[in-house]
Design a protein around this ligand. Structure first.
Ligand code: G3P
Ligand code: MG
Length: 256
């Protein structure tokens, strides 16, 4: 099946800046950019007032100085929390940014975005709709530039289905911890452009099958340079990594 080549950089900083900065913050994006990275993955969810903001977990406890369910808090409450000090005192004062702020940071740095839709429990469709609408609006200036068009992904089929209705033009990728037997059916049902799979779920044969189906394939979370080289040799389009210090912007090219 004819397909467009992966238009994005091949090394993607996991949660914004990998292991170099507090995850899902503007400071993380800046850390990756300082190393020359030009694509980031981050996690987007809804505050109680429907603001789209960045956070991985359902609760704020692990990555801020607050406690509680993020989806039950207004964005003003979330914004009041320190999302940097837990990681290192140097990052004290970092905030959970809105998706709109992240869009501005990406545009000013010409950084590509993989927006992982990460719904709080029971909010899959709503989160898919609002993340996709916000992304379409905030990245409107990038329309027509495939390298800067945000790539939406999710473990949630329902969230991606809602995103497809809300912003059909934004490319979508299904996320899998384990790749199910019916991945072709699921990807086709959502008109996905890519599969994003845990790297341990991939084999050379599986990568070849995914490519033969006309899909891009991104492997996460790859922190070992040897594994990254092997995945690159199998034809994986991109890897998502915490170790942006080890697996830098020019890694695939250098690994040749
Ligand atoms: O999008 C790849 C990766 O971020 C998925 O896992 O738990 O780190 O969001 P997680
Ligand atoms: Mg993620």
């Amino acid at each position: 099946m004819p397909m467009q080549d992966w238009p994005y950089p091949r090394i993607v900083a996991h949660r914004g800046g990998g292991s170099l900065a507090p995850e899902n913050t503007l400071e993380a994006i800046d850390a990756g950019r300082a190393l020359g990275l030009r694509m980031i993955e981050f996690d987007a969810k809804l505050a109680a007032d429907d603001t789209v903001f960045l956070l991985h977990d359902d609760r704020v406890d692990r990555t801020s100085d607050g406690r509680g369910e993020a989806g039950a808090m207004s964005y003003a409450q979330l914004r009041a929390l320190d999302a940097g000090h837990w990681f290192d005192a140097r990052f004290a004062g970092a905030r959970m940014p809105t998706l709109a702020e992240v869009a501005q940071r990406c545009a000013s740095g010409r950084i590509a975005a993989n927006i992982e839709i990460k719904p709080s429990a029971g909010r899959d469709a709503d989160t898919g709709t609002r993340v996709a609408r916000t992304a379409a609006r905030e990245w409107a200036a990038c329309r027509g530039d495939a390298a800067l068009t945000p790539l939406l992904s999710s473990f949630s089929f329902v969230a991606l289905e809602a995103a497809a209705h809300a912003a059909p033009d934004l490319p979508r990728g299904l996320l899998y911890r384990e790749v199910p037997d019916d991945w072709r059916v699921q990807a086709a049902a959502l008109s996905c452009k890519s599969l994003h799979a845990r790297h341990t779920a991939l084999t050379e044969r599986r990568v070849a099958d995914i490519k033969a189906a006309g899909l891009w394939i991104l492997a996460y979370t790859v922190n070992d340079p040897e594994v990254a080289r092997r995945l690159g040799a199998w034809g994986v389009d991109a890897i998502c990594t915490d170790r942006i210090d080890l697996i830098g912007a020019d890694f695939f090219a250098a690994a040749g």
